[in-house]
Design a protein around this ligand. Structure first.
Ligand SMILES: [Zn+2]
Length: 581
């Protein structure tokens, strides 16, 4: 057998493509290689190619592996059970409109100038490493689709398409990509994909797509998209991106994502955890009207699974915000914790929280002093068990020094509140900070008794200060203590005087009255009411009659003249603090 014999001819096309031209004879030599008419890469074969194509179509043979199409072809509305166009080169437009592909459709490594697959139906489509100039898959339907490493130089139009099974676009290269309204509920893989132009995923229905390390060079729209499972956006590079009105049913994973343009999550609804750890926001980040909701679809999940996932987290750990950040009218479900662990706000004066329900400890590891809090409601701040609840959450987060953390953050929030003339809130934060500090000393004593050096460590002055005036923040408490002092001393005077001689009249009177009225030698506070009036007079330094006669009476009167005015001064300070800085 010689290769020159046309009837014992073996085409010089790629070996794996030779099944396409089994029944073809030698056509022409190109660049020293001998080809059949199907594989010959030159447009002059036009007429001969036409005949070969007709033969194949007539035989229902759709093995066109590596075939070189010199002119526009149309396979529209055909039913092709086994299509092999792997490595085919289409030099002109090709139509597969409404074509129905059977078991498999292989287009791997094919090259298209203009491909029209609108309303085509695929069961198992392979477009791996395929090159498209213009690609039109409008209303196409896929079961499994493999577009990994495909290259779309011009527009890729999949708006909309339906992917019932797995859709892989890993490592694909796009120019402009249109996926609006597409259904990807079977799973979409865009790992390492590159989008060189605008990308539209608006209104798309996703299962849990994987965009790991994808790159978006231009604007991308995910507006109103639905993520029914957990999407992965780890390490993605976004330019400007719109996630407004999206719904995330599973965890949203944006770890190490870079947002080079502005990021808008406006009115997004998140029903599970959201991770923005190590994320970089180079431009504005908008989280306005975002709802972090309970996931009603969790019903039916075993209770132990729910227990472990009860506390949900929106984590921005180690995230970097380089520009403005807005959290306006954000809704946090009661089980959701916002976390800013080691988060960096490079322009803190451009970070704002408005009309939001917040917890102070969410800011425990950032300095909240320069942040803007507008009409913010601090969750349960005025409840009695506030500190205990905050401490518990901090401990759950693995913070070693929860009391110190709470004290510091509340101190900082107090400064923020005061600088913005929210004096009532400032007072409450200062109170919480002081209380956290004094509780912390007690807590440390119990936890590490061996490290205890002296009772001074308990900071008794702070405890007393807290007791007598709520750390100078509670006028009512100071007033209550003042009144109590008055009553306690009144009781001491009233009941104490029964034992021994407590009182004497001033010396000026004693001389004259001794002889005439010996009964008045022993002055007495006749009833408790008089004792209260007497006590009040001592407290206000009036030096009332009768004077204390014995040592005990003198001691108590002296004690009240010391304690009373101090407490009165504390009351005055607490009142003053209510109105002034
Ligand atoms: Zn051939």
């Amino acid at each position: 057998m010689t290769t020159a014999d046309p009837y014992f001819f073996v085409c010089d096309c790629e070996e794996l493509r030779r099944s396409a031209c089994r029944s073809e004879i030698f056509y022409k030599t190109y660049d020293g290689l001998r080809y059949c008419v199907l594989h010959y890469p030159g447009t002059e074969k036009h007429v001969a190619f036409q005949a070969a194509l007709a033969r194949k179509e007539k035989a229902q043979d759709f093995d066109f592996g590596g075939v070189w199409f010199p002119y526009a072809v149309d396979f529209s509305q055909m039913v092709i059970s086994e299509a092999n166009f792997g490595g085919a080169v289409f030099n002109s437009a090709v139509r597969f409109r409404e074509t129905e592909f059977g078991e498999y459709a292989t287009f791997g490594s094919a090259q298209f100038v203009q491909a029209d697959f609108s309303r085509a139906k695929f069961i198992d489509a392979d477009f791996g490493f395929t090159k498209f100039n213009e690609a039109n898959f409008l209303d196409a339907q896929f079961e499994d689709a493999y577009f990994a490493n495909a290259e779309f130089i011009g527009d890729a139009k999949f708006n909309p398409a339906i992917f019932l099974g797995r859709a892989s676009f890993s490592n694909a290269r796009f120019g402009r990509a249109f996926f609006g309204n597409t259904d990807f509920s079977g799973g979409a893989y865009f790992g390492n994909a590159k989008f060189g132009g605008l990308a539209d995923f608006g209104d798309v229905k996703f299962g849990g797509p994987n965009f790991e390390h994808a790159q978006f060079v231009a604007r991308v729209n995910f507006g109103r998209a639905e993520f029914s499972a957990s999407p992965v956006f780890v390490g993605v590079q976004f330019d400007e991106v719109d996630f407004s009105d999206t719904t995330f049913t599973g965890d949203a994973d944006f770890k190490e994502t870079k947002f080079r343009g502005s990021a808008d999550f406006g009115a997004a609804r998140l029903k599970a955890n959201a991770f923005f750890n190590d994320t970089e926001f180079e431009k504005n980040a908008y989280f306005n009207d975002v709802k972090f909701l309970n996931n009603e679809e969790r019903e039916g999940i075993p209770p132990e699974a729910i227990a472990s996932s009860r506390d949900r987290v929106v984590a921005f750990d180690k995230a970097k915000f380089k520009d403005a950040v807005a959290f306006g009218s954000v809704e946090f479900d009661s089980q959701v914790n916002l976390r800013f662990m080691d988060t960096t706000f490079e322009q803190p004066d451009r970070v704002s929280f408005q009309d939001v329900n917040l917890r102070p400890i969410w800011f425990a590891s950032v300095d909240p002093r320069p942040l803007h809090f507008i009409k913010v409601h601090w969750n349960k701040l005025y409840r009695r068990k506030f500190i205990a609840a905050e401490i518990k959450t901090l401990e759950d987060q693995g913070i070693d020094t929860p009391y110190e953390s709470l004290e510091i953050v509340c101190g900082q929030l107090a400064v923020n509140a005061e600088e913005n003339s929210r004096y009532g809130e400032a007072a409450r934060f200062r109170f919480i900070a002081n209380k956290a500090r004094s509780r912390g000393t007690w807590h440390n004593l119990i936890k590490n008794p061996s490290e205890w050096e002296s009772w001074i460590n308990l900071n008794p002055l702070l405890w007393i200060y807290g007791f007598v005036s709520g750390y100078g923040e509670r006028a009512w408490q100071a007033a209550l203590v003042l009144v109590s002092i008055c009553f306690i001393f009144a009781a001491i005077f009233y009941f104490g005087q029964r034992d021994g001689v407590w009182w004497r009249l001033s010396t000026a009177d004693t001389g004259t009255s001794t002889a005439d009225q010996p009964a008045e030698q022993k002055p007495i506070l006749r009833d408790f009411k008089e004792a209260v009036i007497y006590s009040a007079a001592v407290l206000t330094l009036q030096k009332p009659e009768p004077l204390p006669a014995n040592k005990r009476a003198k001691t108590f009167v002296l004690l009240e003249t010391v304690l009373g005015p101090i407490q009165a001064a504390l009351l005055a300070l607490a009142i003053r603090r209510k109105f002034m800085r």
